[in-house]
Design a protein around this ligand. Structure first.
Ligand SMILES: Nc1ncnc2c1ncn2[C@@H]1O[C@H](COP(=O)(O)OP(=O)(O)O)[C@@H](O)[C@H]1O
Ligand SMILES: [Mg+2]
Length: 230
């Protein structure tokens, strides 16, 4: 089996990286996928979440890997064993994040509709470009790109801020030819309890996260669902 590696990256901290990844982890687990989570954040938010899930009988495997030298080997080993390997990163420039980007089949960048997140987006898109260029040189393939998607996070649709910032973010994405997902991680207070206590997604947080997963499926970004269709 060769699974897919999905990393969630964004320079801006608190942009919803761990929340969107935890959501994808539990939803894909419910759909029968063999899911592994790798936490490269020294504060281990994803690992804490998965541990809480494990205690409730939700069996998702996880590993904390804060040593960037050991990370590539772990990612490649997991890729052979799982349908999807989900990598959470810290909102800092680090070798761990660079390695995760290099070894990803798919990258998700969450952005809150706010100026600091838009700046963080520009920064991380440059990092992704740099890593893609290095990989392109390495594999001898021009124009190599890692499929990258932007997802609105903690989105409050009726605010002026959302309207103005989302336009700005969509512009920046277009300039780099990167898709912004239609499905959004809407602002839902239930996400707080979900991430703090683990478990399955409930209520309107569940519907929001499902919309994001559906958008990725529509984009044919997730091999697990494409294989299931066949
Ligand atoms: N869609 C959302 N609705 C409401 N709160 C959210 C949402 N996404 C994230 N949050 C909250 O925002 C904070 C930061 O989210 P987190 O996923 O930890 O971001 P990051 O991993 O990028 O630092 C957390 O308190 C989380 O509960
Ligand atoms: Mg996080």
């Amino acid at each position: 089996m060769t699974g897919q590696v999905l990393s969630v990256v964004q320079k801006k901290g608190g942009s919803g990286k761990t929340t969107v990844l935890a959501s994808i982890a539990t939803l894909m687990h419910e759909d029968g996928a063999k899911v592994a989570a790798i936490d490269t954040d020294p504060l281990t938010p994803l690992a804490d979440f998965v541990e809480a899930c494990n205690k409730q009988g939700i069996e998702i495997d996880y590993e904390i890997e804060t040593d960037e030298r050991a990370l590539p080997k772990l990612i490649l080993a997991y890729k052979k064993e799982y349908d999807i390997v989900l990598i959470d990163t810290a909102g800092i420039d680090s070798k761990a994040t660079d390695h995760s980007i290099q070894l990803s089949d798919l990258i998700l960048v969450p952005v809150k509709a706010a100026k600091p997140d838009a700046k963080g987006l520009v920064h991380i898109l440059e990092t992704i470009e740099t890593q893609a260029a290095l990989k392109a040189a390495h594999i001898g393939e021009d124009n190599f790109k890692v499929p990258t998607y932007i997802v609105f996070s903690d989105f409050k649709p009726n605010t002026k801020m959302a309207k103005i910032s989302s336009q700005l973010i969509i512009q920046k994405a277009k300039a780099k030819d990167i898709t912004v997902l239609d499905g959004k991680m809407l602002h839902r207070t239930l996400f707080e309890d979900f991430i703090s206590f683990g478990g399955f997604l409930e209520g309107n947080a569940r519907s929001a996260a499902k919309d994001v997963l559906a958008s990725l499926q529509i984009a044919n970004a997730l091999d697990y669902y494409d294989k299931k269709k066949r």
